[in-house]
Design a protein around this ligand. Sequence first.
Ligand SMILES: [Zn+2]
Length: 208
Amino acid sequence: MELLRYKQRVLYIDIDVHHGDGVEEAFYTTDRVMTVSFHKYGEYFPGTGELRDIGVGQGKYYSVNFPLRDGIDDRSYKDIFEPVIKAVMDYYRPEAIVLQCGSDSLSGDRLGCFNLSMRGHANCVNFVKGFDLPVLVLGGGGYTMRNVSRTWAYETGLLVGQHMPTEMPYNDYYEVSPLHTPSPCFVILFQTLPANQTPAVLRTRLRT
Ligand SMILES: [Zn+2]
């Protein structure tokens, strides 16, 4: 809301595994904020975010929903995220971007069901950063906590141009932190993609 005092068009991008229902609803009838949400859809909370939900009135064509099934991996996510965001940028030409970085879209999340690695997730941050607009980066969901802290630390580093080493530096809490132990969490669990989510099917959905 505060951003709208200074910017005419604000783009809101949501990569949390859940649909960005609240923000979408808040700006559903206006073209001042365009919302784009990539989320699990189908028997999943909150149950909204259909492809057909595109906004109403002044807000028509200013809400974008990309429903997905379980298990989407880095490669497929990149293949849909980048062209969609590029098209949205060309169409909307926002003056500022709000990026909701829910990390429940990571592999191994306790609630989520996607299959993104930390780097696949961070690729979204990097891609958005590449447009050189003011970006407000927010947290969001994330229920496997060690992965949440790792990913957000990594993404913060990326945003400020600091390469983060994989080893955690020694500190007062080192002994009690679960984070310094080598963890298999970022090994991508290779699941086969459901047939309705193969790269080819996703590409046809891109055209709609
Ligand atoms: Zn969520």
